[in-house]
Design a protein around this ligand. Sequence first.
Ligand SMILES: *Cc1c(COP(=O)(O)O)cnc(C)c1O
Length: 347
Amino acid sequence: MAIIDLRSDTVTKPTSEMYVAMASAEVGDDVYGDDPTVNRLESLAAEKLGKEAALFVPSGTMGNLIAILTHTKPGQEMILEEKSHIFQYEVGGVARVAGVQTRPINGPRGQMAIECIEEAIRPQNIHFPETGLIAIENTHNISGGSVLPLEYMRKVSELAKSRNLPVHLDGARVFNAAVALGTDVKNIAKHVDSVMFCLSKGLASPVGSILVGNRSFINKARKHRKMLGGGLRQAGVLAACGIISLESMVDRLKEDHENARLLASELLETGIFITQPEAVKTNIVNAVLDCPSCNAFELSEKLAERGVLVGARSKRHFRFVLHKDVTRDNVIEAISVMNSVKKKNCP
Ligand SMILES: *Cc1c(COP(=O)(O)O)cnc(C)c1O
């Protein structure tokens, strides 16, 4: 049975070109700075994002934590969106490891209102913690892969500059944002001091993320990576895949976005899901189960028996993620499986 895996874009398998590149990658000890393939990936990533330097890290979670450790001091506070990945899904590492207090703000579709960010910046007062960082997320995962517009990012940047605060972008899917906006990723990155992005999601690498910023930031970040145990040795075998991700896996993300839009409208047609196809801008589709006799967990088990893997978030909520290992035909196939497991009394 062929599996159609819609749980996440982290499930993507390396391309055949990646397997070849891994087998022949030139390597060295990256903690000594000796791995030529890692060095090549880091310069390529810095250049693509329009920043001075880059650091290869084992995961997006570690990349965000390193960025926070590097921008802040323990006891400071960071402003971030309440449904952001850093606040929701990173095990509280900000508090535990960086010693930083979070100041979550609600932001519809991932956009904290500029006035709300401004109000949350702490004034000088003996009682208050000091604001040390603002973090934003583009695309915004929990909001269904929504995209922060460039004009919004410019306003965040302007505010942060006027208050002398750094901005970190959790850009796990920043290339999806760039493709959706029809812009060069540099035009997104230029509004922030640092960006973390994942090679291991839609860009199909097996492992790894990248942190970019200016040279002194990346030098400090490199030391924090070592402290967290993220210094890798012959990481060139992984970096070889990352180079392919950046050179040949970006443009095809638009197919994932088209398939996501198709999935959203087909889900709506089944009569048991509520989606907003016109709100789907990238590769993530949020859906609400609209059937009193169905439960998302039960439904996802039934679908799994038929080879369709989906992520149930709660009794009523699903998240579907499109990626290079799910074709347009797979989307149509998944929909027909969904129709076939509907109960007799479903709408
Ligand atoms: C996946 C993701 C991360 C973390 O990446 P991992 O490599 O899974 O640790 C961070 N931020 C966002 C928005 C993500 O979607």
